[in-house]
Design a protein around this ligand. Structure first.
Ligand code: CMP
Length: 136
């Protein structure tokens, strides 16, 4: 079934630092995902810890929170048909080493930590993540 969804996308510090914002946004637009809201911010380590709470038991949690708060990020709400799954396809596998040709992480990802983008992985998390960054 196809339905119009919204998902949260983050351009992570490694990509913002390399001025890849516009290049990455082209991937979304080319794939019919509209950017409905966007802002460039820097978050604290505490905010990163809250955002990535689902990973709190993982061995990489501490590193992940330090990294996401290490520099400016661009957060966006993407909208389109099956936006959550579409965005995950466009991003490619979490580890850029395994990402498919033509995906953002294949093109720009540096490592599993510096993998350039984040995208929500479910309808429930998309709602939570959008609310986290764009409280109305
Ligand atoms: P992201 O999609 O932002 O969600 C959690 C992040 O944790 C993930 O991208 C990776 O950048 C990072 N990460 C670091 N190590 C791992 C790992 N072993 N498995 C999954 N994610 C990892």
């Amino acid at each position: 079934m196809s339905s119009i969804e919204q998902t949260l996308s983050i351009i992570k510090p490694d990509a913002v630092e390399r001025n890849l914002n516009e290049n990455i946004k082209k991937f979304f637009l080319k794939n019919k995902l509209k950017i409905v809201k966007e802002k460039k911010i820097q978050i604290t380590k505490e905010e990163a810890a809250e955002f990535y709470k689902v990973h709190q038991t993982k061995p990489f949690y501490e590193r992940l929170c330090s990294y996401l708060s290490s520099g400016p990020i661009t957060v966006m709400i993407l909208e389109g048909v099956n936006a959550i799954q579409e965005n995950r396809k466009i991003m490619g596998a979490t580890d850029p080493k395994n990402a498919e040709d033509g995906t953002i992480r294949k093109e720009y990802g540096i490592s599993i930590d510096k993998n350039s983008v984040h995208g929500s992985d479910s309808i429930e998390n998309a709602k939570k993540e959008i609310e986290f960054f764009f409280k109305s």
